[in-house]
Design a protein around this ligand. Structure first.
Ligand code: IMP
Ligand code: MG
Length: 180
């Protein structure tokens, strides 16, 4: 853990340690195993930010039968998260009648996940659940209720453990919050 990190002139300080993340993931894995352990779920890791969380969560669930796939949302047009048109890329596995667990790094306004859920439901999965490491309830603009939440956090910008600022900071092992 670093005392602080600076990217593009912005300074961030420690917020959630890797040890806390690991402990929370183990609790989430227990819940997921209880709910979905016998359903041969398919985990859908939403690239890029969710890859460390998906990796740790998936490996914590080593004693259930499960698949993992990686998807990406390509955005076009619009400057705001609301106005974006998103195309779902990379889903080559048939999810019809499957239990799908979407793995996200963060749910902020909810627009990304809302859009993704609509696209997935069009393919007739048995059920779609959302596991997000972080959730900013105060920022939410759409009726989204993630099934598995690592940490609820206030509306502040964070980086690390997959989360980036302009592509940087994803390789930090801990999570850092912007310094006021
Ligand atoms: P949405 O607003 O819920 O659609 O989230 C859009 C995306 O914004 C997320 O998938 C993240 O990539 C990014 N994001 C939201 N909040 C943060 C943050 O605090 N740090 C880094 N990325 C963030
Ligand atoms: Mg993301």
């Amino acid at each position: 853990m670093k005392p602080e990190v600076t990217y593009d002139g912005m300074t961030f300080v420690p917020y959630i340690t890797n040890a806390q993340i690991t402990e929370r993931i183990s609790q989430l894995a227990t819940e997921i195993k209880k709910d979905c352990g016998d359903k041969f779920p398919i985990f859908l890791c939403v690239l890029t930010g969710a890859f460390p969380f998906a990796s740790d969560l998936f490996r914590t669930l080593e004693d259930i039968d499960a698949e993992i796939a990686f998807v990406r949302l390509k955005s076009y047009e619009g400057t705001s998260t609301e106005g974006k048109v998103r195309e779902l890329l990379g889903l080559t596995t048939d999810i019809e009648n499957r239990t799908v667990i979407v793995v996200e790094d963060i749910v902020d306004t909810g627009h990304t996940i809302f859009n993704l859920l609509n696209k997935l439901r069009a393919q007739n999965p048995a059920e779609v659940k959302v596991a997000t490491l972080l959730f900013k309830p105060e920022a939410l603009q759409l009726p989204i209720k993630p099934d598995y939440v690592g940490f609820e956090i206030p509306k502040k910008f964070i980086i690390g453990y997959g989360l980036d600022i302009d592509g940087k900071g994803r390789n930090l092992n801990d999570i850092y919050v912007i310094k006021n």
